[in-house]
Design a protein around this ligand. Structure first.
Ligand code: NCD
Length: 652
């Protein structure tokens, strides 16, 4: 039997969402027609819930169906160690539809892979909550008429709030604008923003803070819009003049149609990282003329981000939003039941999928992903993208959507491996097409599978230990020279080589000034905190505050400039620094984006076929510090020789 799941908002087209809304408008008819007569829904909630669970259960009863449930998953076989895969298999033989909430990202998708009936995601970790989004869109449409062109401000914990992730994609698809007002350290994850930029052509611009001063927050608001009048300027110079001019192009005087508040998702945070200012809506918001037609929404439960005064105001529509949960979920159930009788298969648009042909292979880096928490319930599959920052090869986990950078690739026929490099993009695409691409987490893993390294040309040292040392000293001296207030300095390294350099620069600054500046690192493709402190002792301290800081971004090598650009946009959306300057040990000269570092250790013009590698000693024992250059031998050419020799033996 064909079945249709609802795991992500991406599983429905805009037309289907409209179809569900039309069904919701006629919920009375669905009720009197008893469209789910004789059907059973099982609700499996591994996390607390009031609205989602009860509105699904009420919806099923109103459709004439019935509900079975575990009152507490801790008293189910989960407590005895049963996997989600087994639970899904078993329960799907007792029911016609499963509604599941789980604390792991991607767990509901894994369960859907093992169930025989439609599965609905009622919230998985901090990933998605698509049926909440249907209620949100339905409410917005009822209040405002049309979604296209609306400006919705999303507030609070945008990092862990799963309702937010499903909502922003949907708003983008319907052509609404989004303004983000995140609590410090709780900004929209990079993978979400990237999808908005790449798939929907959204651009980012900062919003004038006066506009939103009625909502308390430490970080800046960003405007995400499908039109492009406020495109982020590309910087040629990263000093305070640039910052100033960039903020002059800030958007102000926007018409805000809705504020969507969220609660701080404390249960998903590490101890000690929950501090800081949090956006709130209260009397001041209500009294501002500019918000006179702005409705206030919230998926609920609220904690203290919405004052009770908003309840009495006509603009506070969150209880109505919760009430729509029943007709919308009745409509969703009816829609999924209808789909069972059709032959139509959902078409999955998007990037190519990758599954390792080897028993060892890449692993999702999100520690809360089902593939990490319970591997036996999953198959390790990824979306694969070329052309990430710096031309990187990126894998996106199909369960939790987190993305990470590929370091090592291998060719299963020739059993060779090498570090991934932009020069290999076409070769790797070819291997992928022929299902000959292996991806490894480590050299150890490649070697365990008997892979050998590809050859590269001889290495030439272009900076030795003394030269690196004096470059770090020079850079540090120049930083101090340009710095207006050393106490505001923040040295931020791009992980991982940039982080080592940032630490060295910090030590040097301490030698020269006797106090050590704050040091952090920024992870372009991380899954946890993207910008974090860099000393083990304060790893659990509050998130780094970028506001009014003099930031020096540090990386080892600059070539296309894309990595630095991505790092810059991450910095800007995490707070408004007073200035950002860029320091690199090596500038390779070529550039795809107009970026000019403020401090350069050495200029080494080199071609795409060449690799410049910075080797930095991580302990007192390793190799000496040096910068080397070598040319790469395209594995395709190296592999070609072997394929040709095979052909001589076995001509086809
Ligand atoms: C949300 C959830 O569980 O993700 N609540 C809901 O479903 N209405 C939001 C939250 O818990 O903060």
């Amino acid at each position: 039997m064909f079945r249709r799941n609802f795991l992500s908002i991406a599983d429905l087209t805009n037309a289907e969402i409209e179809e569900i809304f039309a069904l919701a408008d006629g919920a009375q008819t669905l009720r009197s027609d008893r469209v789910a007569n004789g059907q059973i829904m099982a609700t499996l909630f591994y996390e607390p819930s009031t609205r989602t669970r009860l509105s699904f259960e009420s919806a099923m009863h109103r459709l004439g169906g019935s509900v079975i449930s575990c009152s507490d998953m801790k008293s189910s076989s989960t407590a005895k160690g049963e996997t989600v895969a087994d639970t899904a298999k078993v329960v799907s033989s007792y029911a016609d539809v499963l509604v599941v909430r789980h604390y792991w990202d991607g767990a509901v998708k894994a369960m859907a892979e093992h169930a025989d009936v439609p599965v609905i995601n009622a919230g998985d970790g901090s990933h998605e909550h698509p049926s909440q989004t249907l209620c949100d869109l339905y409410t917005l449409r009822k209040e405002k008429g049309e979604l296209k062109g609306l400006t919705v401000v999303i507030c609070g914990d945008l990092k862990n709030g799963r309702t937010i992730h499903s909502l922003v994609y949907a708003l983008a698809r319907f052509g609404a604008n989004v303004v983000t007002v995140a609590a410090n350290g709780m900004e929209l994850p990079q993978y979400v923003l990237e999808r908005l930029e790449k798939e929907y052509g959204y651009t980012l611009a900062p919003v004038a803070s006066d506009d939103l001063s009625a909502v308390v927050t430490e970080t800046d608001a960003l405007y995400l819009t499908p039109r492009q009048p406020h495109q982020l300027a590309l910087f040629t110079q990263l000093d305070s003049t640039m910052i100033q001019s960039r903020f002059n192009t800030m958007v102000s005087g926007l018409r805000y149609d809705a504020f969507y508040m969220t609660r701080k998702q404390k249960e998903r945070m590490k101890e000690g990282t929950t501090g800081g200012d949090y956006p709130t809506i209260g009397p001041r918001f209500l009294s501002e003329q500019r918000f006179k037609d702005t409705v206030v929404m919230h998926p609920l439960p609220r904690v203290d981000e919405l004052s009770p005064e908003v309840d009495k105001d006509r603009r506070g529509i969150y209880f109505k939003q919760a009430a729509y949960g029943v007709p919308v979920r009745m409509a969703l159930l009816k829609f999924l039941f209808n789909q069972r009788d059709t032959k139509r298969m959902p078409t999955r648009r998007g990037p190519a999928a990758y599954q390792s042909p080897e028993p060892l292979g890449p692993q999702c880096r999100n520690p809360n992903c089902i593939t990490v928490m319970e591997p036996p319930s999953t198959v390790r599959k990824f979306d694969i993208f070329t052309g990430g920052p710096g031309g990187a090869l990126i894998l996106g986990c199909i369960y939790c959507d987190h993305r990470f950078k590929v370091q090592l690739v291998g060719h299963i026929k020739s059993k060779r491996y090498c570090a991934y490099d932009t020069g290999l993009a076409d070769t790797v695409k070819e291997w992928l097409k022929k299902k000959e691409l292996a991806i490894f987490n480590s050299i150890k893993e490649a070697e365990e599978l008997s892979y050998e390294p590809y050859k590269s040309g001889p290495q030439r040292t272009i900076m030795d230990e003394t030269e690196i040392e004096s470059a770090v000293r020079d850079i540090s001296r120049q930083i101090l020279g340009d710095c207006q207030e050393p106490d505001r300095l923040l040295i931020l390294g791009v992980r991982s080589k940039g982080s080592y350099l940032a630490q060295r620069i910090a030590v040097e600054l301490e030698n020269q000034r006797k106090t050590k500046p704050e040091v952090g690192e920024i992870e372009i493709y991380g899954s946890g905190d993207e910008i974090r402190r860099l000393s083990a002792a304060d790893a659990d301290a509050a998130p780094l505050n970028l506001k009014d800081r003099e930031v020096v971004l540090v990386d080892d090598v600059i070539y296309t400039g894309r990595t630095a650009r991505t790092a810059l946009s991450m910095i800007f959306r995490s707070g408004r620094p007073q200035s950002v300057r860029l320091a690199v040990l090596v500038d390779r000269g070529h550039r795809e984006v107009p970026l000019k570092p403020n401090y350069v250790g050495k200029n080494i013009p080199s071609s795409e076929r060449e690799r410049v590698r910075v080797k930095l000693r991580e302990s007192d024992y390793g190799e000496k510090d040096k910068v080397v250059i070598y040319s790469i031998i395209n594995p395709n050419e190296a592999g070609q020789a072997e394929i040709n020799s095979e052909r001589t033996v076995n001509p086809d």
